[in-house]
Design a protein around this ligand. Structure first.
Ligand code: SF4
Ligand code: FES
Length: 196
């Protein structure tokens, strides 16, 4: 695999061809926040918190670092006024859904996000899909999925599968960026009221 040279936050770094900007940053010790990324899962690009700025042929654009691939001589900024402003707004929107999430609160502190900017619709789930994708891609069980659409979308465990698989697994719970306990509650509900 060939080496790709690029610049990130003013630092010259070397990445392998096919790496994403996020992977290149991680291997160079540069931190980029993520909410829907997991190294064992296919790139998803859902939450957008990992956006960074890149200069391509004299143009600056915003790209999603967990899906955007490294390229020779690319100039990348993982923090800038624009990047920080977008992350702040994203966090404010997500905090309306999951105001008590420690992970979101920590990021909110870092980016100066106001957790009360948007009206709360606390559903706890920010639709990162980590639990659903982990169960499908890593465990190959599909015990948890999404029901409904848009802002009403929520996770749901499929009782017939969950009854057999979830008690001995629960690997998706700690992946949730908002609430381990709420995911556990949804599972308990599915098992207690399978016809709901
Ligand atoms: S329950 Fe948690 S892990 Fe699952 S999609 Fe929602 S926020 Fe993500
Ligand atoms: S971590 Fe990249 S879009 Fe969510």
């Amino acid at each position: 695999m060939s080496e790709i040279r690029l610049q990130m936050d003013g630092k010259d770094i070397v990445a392998e061809e096919g790496m994403t900007l996020l992977e290149a940053a991680q291997s160079a010790g540069i931190s980029i926040p993520t909410l829907c990324h997991h190294e064992k899962l296919e790139p998803f690009g859902g939450c957008r918190i990992c956006i960074v700025e890149v200069d391509v042929r004299g143009w600056t654009s915003l790209v999603v670092s967990c899906v955007y691939l490294v390229a020779e001589n690319l100039v990348v900024r993982t923090r800038s006024e624009k990047v920080d402003r977008i992350r702040k707004t994203l966090l404010e929107l997500l905090l309306a859904s999951a105001p008590d999430s420690p992970q979101l609160q920590e990021l909110a502190g870092e980016y100066g996000a106001d957790r009360d900017r948007f009206e709360k619709e606390a559903s706890f789930c920010i639709h990162c899909g980590l639990c659903v994708r982990y169960c499908a891609e890593v465990k190959k069980k599909n015990a948890v999925g999404f029901i409904d659409r848009g802002i009403r979308k929520e996770i749901s465990f499929i009782p017939e599968i969950a009854a057999k698989e979830c008690n001995s697994c629960k690997e998706c719970f700690p992946l949730c960026p908002t609430s381990y306990l709420q995911a556990a509650f949804v599972l308990t509900q599915a098992l207690a009221f399978p016809s709901k």
